[in-house]
Design a protein around this ligand. Structure first.
Ligand code: CO8
Length: 254
């Protein structure tokens, strides 16, 4: 099994599991991961997904051994990496918990998640230039959106690693924790997110995501429509009534 899945109440923890290849993201691993996540996305009992690697590495990139012998036509005909779009169609909130290397596709997978929480030992890099290629799973687009052109060019053109501290300052990483505490901290945040209205968390991430796709006026208009739509849900009634009655809300998670 290339990925391991654990259930922690309303949170699913996915562990990348190819230690012999530093969790390099092979096509088989991608299919397995996205297959699991597509099922998880339909599960009303799941409110957040956490993706992690091992203590030393999150993932060392796309699988260079698998790619190295391919021709241009192989890549074109297979539309290599297009399967990762399945990951970005997920509606459940996702958090990447990164310890150790997140290189190449590893960093790009982390960026497909809604947030990256990193251990103080984590390092991030887009080293594809050293292999005679460029990032192919979204880094030139997502990294630029997150940390801007200047730093993205620095990383993509030199392939240099960036520490967790630099990544947090630059805006790639949401929070940094000591390595020993990272997973517990991430699972606690994931449990908190999963305790909120499932409909509202999905709407929230959709609204934030669309800010990357549409202009300000259209984005604010779409946000308002999503906001209005939540007034058709029992969770809105419950959340506001609970506030007024000074009690904890009990969201029905449908
Ligand atoms: N793919 C396949 N195997 C890998 C990868 C990888 N990305 N990374 C490590 N491995 C394998 C090694 O080959 C080695 O295998 P073996 O035991 O059979 O020799 C094993 O994992 C252990 O690796 P190392 O001995 O190198 O371990 P170290 O601890 O010394 O170093 C590093 C760890 C720093 C992570 C190092 O392995 C490394 O630099 N890896 C490559 C990082 C990299 O370049 N990543 C980018 C990959 S390309 C990519 O992600 C996108 C490509 C875009 C192409 C676009 C196409 C459309």
């Amino acid at each position: 099994m290339n990925v391991l899945m654990e259930r922690h109440d309303r949170v699913v923890l996915i562990k990348l599991n190819r230690p012999e290849a530093k969790n390099a993201l092979s096509s088989a691993m991608m299919k397995e991961l996205i297959g699991h996540l597509a099922a998880v996305d339909q599960d009303l009992g799941v409110g957040c997904v956490v993706i992690t690697g091992t203590r030393e590495f999150f993932a060392a990139g796309a699988d260079i051994k698998e790619m190295s012998g391919k021709s241009y036509l192989d890549m074109l005909n297979e539309d290599y990496f297009a399967g990762w779009e399945g990951f970005t169609r997920l509606r459940t909130p996702t958090i990447a918990a990164v310890t150790g290397y997140a290189y190449g596709g590893g960093c790009e997978l982390a960026m497909m998640c809604d947030m990256i929480f990193a251990a103080d030992t984590a390092t991030f890099a887009q080293p594809e230039i050293k292999l005679g290629v460029i990032p192919g799973m979204g880094a030139t687009q997502r990294l630029t959106g997150l940390i801007g052109k200047a730093k993205t060019m620095d990383l993509v053109l030199t392939g240099r690693p960036m520490t967790a501290q630099e990544a947090e300052q630059a805006g790639l990483v949401s929070r940094v924790y000591p390595a020993a505490n990272l997973l517990d901290e991430v699972l606690a945040v994931a449990a908190q997110i999963a305790s909120f209205s499932r409909t509202a968390t999905r709407a929230a991430r959709q609204a934030v995501e669309q800010s990357l796709e549409v202009g300000l006026h259209e984005g604010v208009r779409q946000e308002r429509r999503l906001f209005h739509g939540l007034f058709a849900t029992p969770d809105q009634q419950e959340g506001m009534q609970a506030f007024l009655r000074k009690r904890q809300p009990m969201f029905n998670q449908r």
